[in-house]
Ligand binder design. Structure first.
Ligand code: SF4
Length: 473
């Protein structure tokens, strides 16, 4: 069973990832494509900022009254024949799902992509009771075949190119090693259709829960979630408690925001709403179980600053723009949630001492906050968690700036305090820039620092000289 790298060793994981140039190039190219699509689709949505504020207001309201809306959800889902289970942690959730899945003598469970089930390591718990969990999202299935955990929360195999997937399929499935994308997809479809036919249980997460109707909503592009929720006779959805929305009408704004931010689509190909079990003679699961998972979420509710982490709709946009994620990739974080949102969620879900390096895995550039469709102030959360790390455990290496870093920061402070010094330094830098580039490739520790970083080039003229020239004219 695939395992995460140790999150306590983020710096070492990241250093190893930086040496993998193929992975970095593939990731960078794919992340740029997704971010490019997001920008294009947002150009056609001038109401973006209003949607964002509206969505955040809905989330703020629901998180302030979470107990009320969860109770309402349970009442309405139960009234329509679903069974709602409450799990305070991963062990309880795994025990509930494993018990249900193995209960009817099932040996195969089909799963649609769910980071929540990754978070609790559900596949291992199912294997322990003799149930094989088969991922049916193409990217997630590729990762399962490769015995790897997901690399990205929306695009699990974002770091693999077609050639690597063809080689993997050739090794595991016996297909041609130069099969094209269409042949690879057909091979995956053939294998997965067989599993759907044999599975007695389908397992998914959910993008949203609706308290008013007791419904769960799943968004996807491949149709595998629709098969997962309709072919097997039992369906189990494992969902974080923060996913509840008050009314069906609230979905409107989230259905606009999520696909645009995640994949640059106006709308995902499929939106499946499940409300209760299927009536006799209808198509769909005869049994519907919904496991509501806490697993540390209610701790985040306590403070306003950490509560905003629960507004996340897992669109993945912050990963695609993060300069750290783009270089080190998803596995380095040692958690199912990588990138900026992972750097704030994981330390709150796992013990902070284990994930203490993650809040420092950021340049605080703010790109994540700018793209977030629910306006989560991730840099503010990172600073809050950094402070907690420093107050809690002063032995954490990441929490202590290294000597060179301290000297560099002092030098920057000295320069930035005086406009005259700052201008002289930029003039000097323009002259020294080519030399620095040459040295930075050859001279340790600069060459090590330079690995994985692109130093931006200074503009040929600075703003003040351009401005003064314009005024003279
Ligand atoms: S923090 Fe915002 S941008 Fe990042 S995954 Fe969550 S909703 Fe998307």
């Amino acid at each position: 069973m695939a395992e995460h790298l140790p999150m306590e060793r983020f710096a070492q994981n990241a250093a190893a990832a930086l040496r993998n140039t193929t992975q970095r190039n593939a990731l960078r190219a794919a992340a740029d494509v997704f971010d490019g699509r997001r920008k294009n689709v947002l150009e056609t949505a001038p109401e973006w900022q209003q949607w964002r504020q509206h969505a955040r207001a809905v989330k703020n309201h629901v998180l302030a009254h979470l107990d009320h809306y969860l109770a309402e959800f349970e009442r309405n889902a139960t009234a329509r024949g679903a069974v709602v289970h409450w799990a305070q942690d991963a062990d309880v959730a795994n025990a509930i799902v494993a018990d249900l899945a193995a209960g009817h003598g099932n040996t195969v469970a089909v799963k649609s992509k769910s980071m929540t089930t990754e978070e609790i390591h559900l596949n291992a718990a199912l294997a322990d009771v003799g149930v094989e969990a088969v991922e049916t999202d193409l990217g997630e299935w590729i990762q399962q075949l490769a015995d790897e955990v997901p690399f990205h929360i929306v695009v699990p195999a974002i770091h693999k190119n077609r050639r690597q997937v063809a080689e993997l399929f050739a090794e595991k499935l016996g297909t041609s090693s130069d099969a094209d994308a269409e042949a690879l997809t057909r091979a995956a479809r053939d294998r997965l259709r067989d599993r759907f036919a044999r599975a007695g249980v389908g397992i998914s997460g959910a993008n949203f829960l609706v308290a008013e109707t007791g419904s769960i909503l799943i968004l996807e592009n491949e149709g595998n979630a629709r098969l997962t929720t309709s072919v097997p006779r039992m369906h189990i959805a494992v969902v974080g408690i923060e996913k509840v929305l008050p009314r069906l009408a609230d979905l409107d704004v989230f259905l606009r925001l999520l696909p645009r931010s995640g994949t640059g689509q106006q709308l995902t190909t499929y939106q499946s709403i499940l409300t209760g079990k299927t009536p006799v003679g209808g198509e769909g699961p005869e049994e519907l179980h919904i496991v509501l998972l806490d697993n540390g979420r209610s701790r985040m509710l306590k403070e306003e600053v950490t509560r905003q982490s629960l507004a996340c709709i897992r669109c993945g946009a912050c990963l695609n723009v993060c300069p750290v994620y783009q270089q080190v990739g998803g596995h380095a974080y040692g958690s199912v949630y990588p990138g900026p949102i992972g750097a704030v969620i994981t330390p709150q879900l796992a013990p902070l001492e284990r994930a203490a390096e993650l809040p420092f895995a950021s340049s605080l550039c703010g790109a994540c906050r700018d793209v977030c469709p629910v306006a989560i102030d991730i840099p503010q959360l990172l600073l809050h968690l950094r402070q907690q790390v420093r107050e809690g455990d002063d032995t954490t290496r990441a929490a202590k700036p290294q000597l060179l870093e301290r000297l560099a920061l002092r030098a920057a402070l000295w320069l930035l305090r005086s406009p005259r010094r700052y201008r002289s330094a930029t003039r000097f830098w323009r002259w020294a820039e080519p030399w620095f580039g040459w040295l930075a490739h050859r001279l340790p520790p600069l060459s090590r620092w330079r690995q994985g970083r692109t130093v931006p080039r200074l503009a040929r003229r600075d703003f003040i000289s351009l401005w003064q020239e314009r005024r003279r004219r």
